[in-house]
Design a protein around this ligand. Structure first.
Ligand code: SAM
Length: 204
């Protein structure tokens, strides 16, 4: 994503220009939050202007959502959403205390480096209920260089390969799988199964 600071007014237009399957990606992300255990408490990481939030809440009409984002101005745009508690906060800092049934993060975790992602996955596991779900939807480093189509800003966008992230999720106690992938975008569903169970079959 080409801008270091997102502008809430032009955000959606920019994303639709730069993330080639943005609307399908958002739809697949929301879809990936369904089909698991009943969801009443949701934590969203990187709420931004609420594009993911609206779609996820529509799938969980009885749920309440806590959303965090480092940008007060982006959250200001999302501020009028029902059933939400939006807070300025960084992924690197302690997460809001759980338990949450669902944690969802779209197009934000790639702003952390590898150790930062690993640390975040551990902390997401800590705030999820047992059997809860983490939906990680993001830009990644694809297997084929020609699939790296999303414009990125060096030093600000720090994607990793999806295989590495699946291993880090397993080490954090998740049973994780890719449910949708297109070029350099993926949606991962990670179910919380506990650290010893997930590590039994996965090398880290
Ligand atoms: C590309 S937007 C994604 C917003 C929304 N989830 C979507 O898919 O449209 C990324 C958001 O992450 C926020 N962000 C970036 N780095 C962050 C960090 N370290 N902690 C919290 N929020 C961060 C930005 O302020 C921005 O609102």
């Amino acid at each position: 994503m080409s801008q270091f600071h997102f502008d809430p007014d032009s955000y959606l237009t920019m994303m639709r220009e730069e993330v080639f399957a943005y609307d399908e990606f958002q739809r697949r992300t929301a879809e990936a939050t369904t089909g698991g255990r009943p969801v009443s408490r949701i934590l969203e990481l990187g709420t931004g202007t609420g594009e993911t939030t609206r779609r996820v809440l529509a799938r969980h009409p009885d749920a309440r959502l806590v959303g965090i984002d480092a940008s007060e101005s982006m959250l200001g745009f999302a501020g009028s959403l029902d059933r939400t508690d939006l807070r300025v906060g960084r992924l690197e800092d302690p997460l809001p205390p759980g338990p949450f049934d669902l944690v969802v993060a779209a197009l934000v975790v790639h702003h952390l480096d590898g150790p930062g992602k690993r640390d975040l996955f551990d902390r997401v596991a800590d705030v999820l209920t047992p059997g809860g779900r983490f939906v990680l939807a993001d830009v990644i480093v694809p297997d084929r260089p020609e699939d790296a189509v999303t414009p990125l800003t060096p030093g600000f966008d720090l994607p990793d390969r999806v295989d590495a992230q699946l291993e880090w999720l397993a080490a954090a106690g998740f049973d994780a799988r890719v449910v949708w992938a297109r070029r350099d975008l993926v949606v991962v569903v990670a179910e919380s199964v506990g650290r010893s169970a997930s590590e039994a079959g996965v090398a880290t």
